[in-house]
Ligand binder design. Sequence first.
Ligand SMILES: [Zn+2]
Length: 259
Amino acid sequence: MLKQTTSVEHDFPPYQESALLALFGKNVRVLDLTHDFGDHIPIYPGHAKTALWWHLTHEESRARLGDTSFEGYGVKGIVTCDHTSTHVDAVFHFNKHRADLTVDKIPLNYMITPAAWIDVSFVPPRTHITLENVRTAVAAAGIAVQAGSTLLYYTGAETLWGDHKAFLSQYPGLNAEATAWILDQGVLNVCTDAPSTDNPADTTYPNHTVHAQRLVIHTELVANIPKIPRHDNFYYAMFPWRITGGTGSPVRAIALWEE
Ligand SMILES: [Zn+2]
């Protein structure tokens, strides 16, 4: 039994993907847009898998401390890729000439922005999302793509998450024209539920190429996009690790809106 100086144990609530916050005097709903992170999740073909292990169990740390009433601490070790699970691609990931634009250099005001989301799940897997597709989705959502915002687009790939082979191969990607139009609107970050913003059947990576030319980041494997109950008038926020020289980073991504 844990000896405590107070008998009152904090009533720690279970994790839920959504919560209501009091923020700046407003009722704000926050929704988690982040996938699990571990050795059980789908990994983009060719990327490093994640290894996670007990570096030190509670018993092991206690044994190192000798005679103490403290019950010890647990520490896990981790080896992973900077593009694992929900993650942001820094400009340096797809533009080898911009070593100054690594993930640790992403400004805070690019991480927290107004946002909108569109549904392009009508586009078949392994094909291109065209400008016409994007215009159709934007019109259906009833939004305007705003300068300084984050645009999220939902392909439906997320529903395949549990089937790694299907998830990693069955999704569409933005073509060059659609990408150029989106970035022409002044968007700071483009997010998708798919493993990549590019069509897996097109190894010329048109979306990554245009992002490289325009120096704009994007974010992949974003969860729960269709659970955002409005297509605009919400905020997107994400928090990458400050990996020095990193080409990307896992992020904790959230959507926020006033209720
Ligand atoms: Zn990536």
